[in-house]
Design a binder for this molecule. Structure first.
Ligand code: RP5
Length: 173
């Protein structure tokens, strides 16, 4: 995921990022690349990188506390197991944080789901579905948030829904 010689700076799609896709481990990338691909389809500038709440706590603090000043508008945070990443980032920013629980080996993602969703009142994390559907929906949710002030994105969301419905209507078994 990192460029050679550019240690864990993650990847971005060029422009100044509006959405950050953060994950607790490189092992989450196979799932979380679907968030990036979805943002790509809508032409939303984004960046993806690994930050662990437990293994790199000072990096999590630094990222969360500087995210707003950097111009980010939404953070997607994915983690598995004792999944505290979304909550820790939310503790350091007032930006909307969308949590994606990863499917874990031991408990199939139920641990990740409960760790992400059970935030104490005062520090919100919007929690999506476990795994790939959560990754895709987190990106769509981020687009929906950005679309509140960007009519061109609202239009793209309507077109996306229309295309999705047309596909169902045209399905022949
Ligand atoms: C979490 O632990 C990560 O988000 C990942 O889902 C899980 C396992 O990480 P690895 O041991 O594969 O690095 O922090």
């Amino acid at each position: 995921m990192s460029k050679k010689g550019d240690k864990n700076k993650g990847q971005d799609n060029g422009n100044s990022s509006l959405v950050a896709v953060i994950m607790g481990s490189q092992s989450d990338w196979d799932t979380m690349k679907h968030a990036g691909e979805t943002l790509e389809k809508f032409g939303v500038a984004h960046e993806s990188r690994v930050i662990s709440a437990h293994r790199s706590p000072s990096l999590a603090l630094e990222f969360g506390s500087t995210a707003e000043a950097r111009g980010l508008e939404v953070i997607i945070a994915a983690a598995g197991g004792a999944a505290h990443l979304a909550g820790v980032l939310a503790a350091h920013t007032t930006l909307p944080v969308l949590g994606v629980p990863m499917r874990s080996e031991a408990l199939n993602g139920l641990d990740s789901l409960l760790s992400t969703v059970q935030m104490p009142g005062g520090i919100p994390v919007a929690t999506l579905a476990i795994g790939k559907p959560g990754a895709v929906n987190a990106a769509l949710f981020a687009v929906a948030i950005l679309a509140n002030s960007r009519p061109e994105l609202r239009k793209k969301l309507h077109e996306f829904r229309e295309a999705q419905e047309a596909k169902i209507r045209d399905t022949k078994l």
